[in-house]
Design a protein around this ligand. Structure first.
Ligand code: GRF
Length: 189
């Protein structure tokens, strides 16, 4: 059995999709902890309701990024993770943190990387006149949103799309892509 730790900051819809797939498909893995940096994250309340182990480590209680990331490493490592899954974890990570989980930490980004790293991906895809948008799952490296790509899913951009409509369409696609990629990683070896 592999140990998965999921980090979130908000809604947690990808967390829900991963949890559902893990259960329905009998992955040889457990979600051993869901950790949030914000106490009010909706996803943390949902995780609690499912009986998952939850932890909140509020970044505002720390003097700086280094201190927070070091405390987060100590917390995560209590759960002996084989895989650390960033699912809407809205923090810029220090190089030490990233290196500590090298080849063990994945992220999902709501664009077809290398296009549109960073924020406001849907607005930027619409402004650029793209015909497709999508999402990317990648290994996390010190270069933000630039790690090796593990998988992508494309969705069409339709006339009349607003950033919000497009975000919703991409999010639905994320919910199939992210569990698929995590399952492949978990079933390797
Ligand atoms: C998703 O759009 C994901 O691509 C991005 O953050 C959002 C998280 O949404 N990294 P949720 O919290 O999983 O609903």
């Amino acid at each position: 059995m592999k140990n998965i730790v999921i980090l979130i900051s908000g809604r947690g819809s990808n967390l829900q999709a991963i949890y559902a797939a893990c259960k329905a498909q009998n992955w040889p893995a457990h979600i051993v902890a869901v950790i949030s940096n914000t106490p009010q994250a909706a996803g943390i309340h949902w995780a609690k309701e499912q009986g998952l182990e939850t932890q909140v480590l509020d970044h505002r209680a720390f003097d700086g990024r280094e201190q927070f990331d070091q405390a987060l490493i100590r917390l995560i490592d209590c759960y002996k993770p084989d895989l650390v899954v960033l699912a809407g974890f809205m923090r810029i990570l220090t190089a030490d943190f990233v290196m500590h989980y090298q080849n063990r930490m994945v992220n999902i980004h709501p664009s077809l990387l290398p296009d549109f790293p960073g924020l406001h991906t849907h607005e930027r895809a619409l402004e650029a006149g793209c015909t497709h948008a999508g999402a990317t799952v990648h290994w996390v490296t010190t270069d933000l949103d630039h790690g090796p790509i593990l998988g992508q899913i494309k969705v069409p951009i339709q006339s009349g799309d607003t950033a919000q409509i497009l975000a919703e369409r991409v999010l639905q696609a994320e919910h199939s892509l992210y569990p698929d990629i995590i399952r492949q990683l978990i079933e390797k070896e």
